[in-house]
Design a protein around this ligand. Structure first.
Ligand SMILES: [Fe+2]
Length: 185
């Protein structure tokens, strides 16, 4: 089976999630579905998450710190449409922060061309694939951290939409080399 993600075990996940949530809360929650950066994209030294000791130590121990160049917050109240990420990266190290139980990252094979997607109140401009042009290839519950291939079509599914789901997406630069089974569809 094609597996466009690799789960990463984090021993102190709860501590890390709480510390990251404090930064997100201080910056102000969006309170609507959005993917956003609270620090300037790609400015490594100004990234509040890169300067957070518990997260820096984790990324250093995983040999990922040098690849990590920007950090997105994914705050969702609804399912996301099926899309590929835009931006200068392929791999993202995603860490569950809040209310990720019963939510899934799902990957798809696609046929045909994507359509333009608009997220209300957001600058994010995604191309999406209508569900009928896709076939699910794999999924995982977002209760554990994972490196995902963002160039394989994917979305987010919530089972409960009452609370916001928050995931931190640590973008890894082009020099990061993933396992071969994560790159083939
Ligand atoms: Fe995405």
């Amino acid at each position: 089976m094609i597996k466009p993600y690799k789960k990463i075990y984090i021993e102190n996940l709860e501590t890390i999630a709480q510390s990251c949530y404090s930064i997100i809360e201080d910056a102000g929650l969006k309170r609507h579905t959005d993917l956003y950066y609270i620090d300037k994209f790609g400015e490594k030294n100004k990234d509040r998450f890169r300067n957070l000791p518990v997260l820096r130590d984790l990324m250093t121990s995983l040999n990922l710190y040098d690849y990590w160049f920007s950090t997105a917050i994914v705050e969702t109240y609804t399912d996301l449409r099926i899309h590929k990420d835009t931006g200068e990266f392929t791999f993202s190290f995603n860490i569950p922060i809040q209310n990720t139980k019963d939510t899934y990252t799902v990957f798809y094979e696609t046929i045909g061309q994507p359509k333009k997607m608009y997220i209300p109140n957001s600058y994010v401009d995604y191309m999406y694939y209508p569900i009928e042009q896709t076939t699910e290839i794999n999924r995982f519950e977002m209760t554990e951290a994972a490196i995902i291939n963002t160039q394989i079509a994917h979305n987010v599914l919530h089972c409960s939409k009452v609370k916001p789901r928050i995931v931190l997406a640590l973008r890894l630069d082009g020099s990061y080399i993933a396992d071969e089974d994560m790159t083939t569809v």
